[in-house]
Write a protein that binds this ligand. Structure first.
Ligand code: AMP
Length: 285
């Protein structure tokens, strides 16, 4: 059995011993309810480092007051079984009081990159994300941390924070793992009823249509965006929160994708908010 550690000082001590022995440490931060997308990150960390720590913490600071913190799926025992087979060496699963003790007052705000996309509708979300990731980095002090392209804005925010605050952690971003029909894997997919699950296929279908347009030579962001909106608009149960074409590093809108861009979207299917994205990289002609 891999150790499941809730105590901050214990995981800190274990990691420090490893580091002092010259062992490279990998960290995969998660909120649990693990699926194949998370496990792909763990396997990447296993290939790149010698001691893989997976954190499982449903971080209250990144949920808004009207969001799904209370009903967010939790299954620590199931998660640990999956992690064992994926090659993790230790699980850090603290409780909220461990991470935010009485009197907690320090927050990290990454500016600019957090204004658009998910940041626009989820005020404070990235402040919560950046803060918890910085805390995990300080406790585990990993050489490498692996994040998923699924949360492209989050990956950009973490990369910016690491550069700006000289954290010295290598950030590895892993590709999106999808269900056979294209739906990006997400812990929130289990909220979908069978009809909604069917409707949710539209996210990937819209991204694929955008890619097809690009292959036809269309690089105008407005035209690509219009196509995506019209595909999503064909599904009555789908409500668009945003469809944006931005620079993948700065998360600022770009009017043309000739230099490469990130197409990101958030769509509500019933009461479930889903995000997905695709890097638009024009073929060299
Ligand atoms: P979460 O548990 O949702 O906070 O996700 C933890 C990490 O797993 C984040 O870095 C996510 O980007 C990543 N992740 C979630 N879903 C996927 C997926 N379908 N493919 C790749 N990475 C993912």
């Amino acid at each position: 059995m891999i150790p499941v550690i809730g105590d901050r000082e214990e995981i800190r001590r274990i990691c420090e011993e490893k580091r002092n022995a010259g062992i490279r440490i990998g960290l995969v931060p998660t909120m649990g309810a693990l699926h194949e997308g998370h496990l792909s990150l763990v396997r990447r960390a296993y290939e790149r480092t010698d001691f893989v720590v997976v954190s499982i913490f449903v971080n209250p600071a990144q949920f808004g007051p009207a969001e799904d913190l209370d009903r967010y799926p939790r299954d620590l025992d199931g998660d640990v079984r999956l992690l064992e087979s994926a090659g993790a060496h230790a699980v850090f699963a603290p409780d909220s009081r461990t991470m935010y003790p009485e009197g907690y007052s320090t927050w990290i705000t990454v500016e600019r990159l957090t204004e658009g996309l998910c940041g626009a509708s989820r005020p404070g979300h990235f402040r919560g994300v950046a803060t918890i990731v910085a805390k995990l980095f300080n406790i585990v002090r990993p050489h490498t941390a692996v994040f998923g392209q699924k949360d492209a804005q989050q990956a950009a925010v973490i990369q910016r924070m690491v550069r700006d605050l000289d954290m010295g952690v290598e950030i590895d971003v892993a590709p999106i793992v999808r269900e056979p029909d294209g739906l990006a894997m997400s812990s929130r997919n289990r909220y979908l009823n069978p009809r909604e699950r069917e409707e949710a296929r539209v996210l990937h279908r819209a991204l694929t249509e955008a890619e097809a347009l690009l292959r036809e030579g269309v690089t105008d962001s407005a035209a690509i965006r219009r196509r995506v909106l019209s595909v999503i608009g064909s599904i009555p149960g789908a409500t668009v929160e945003y469809v944006e074409i931005v620079d993948a590093g700065d998360i600022v809108p770009v009017s043309d994708v000739s230099g490469g861009a990130l197409l990101a979207l958030a769509v509500h299917i019933g009461n479930t908010r889903l995000i997905d994205n695709m890097l638009l990289i024009p073929e060299k002609r």
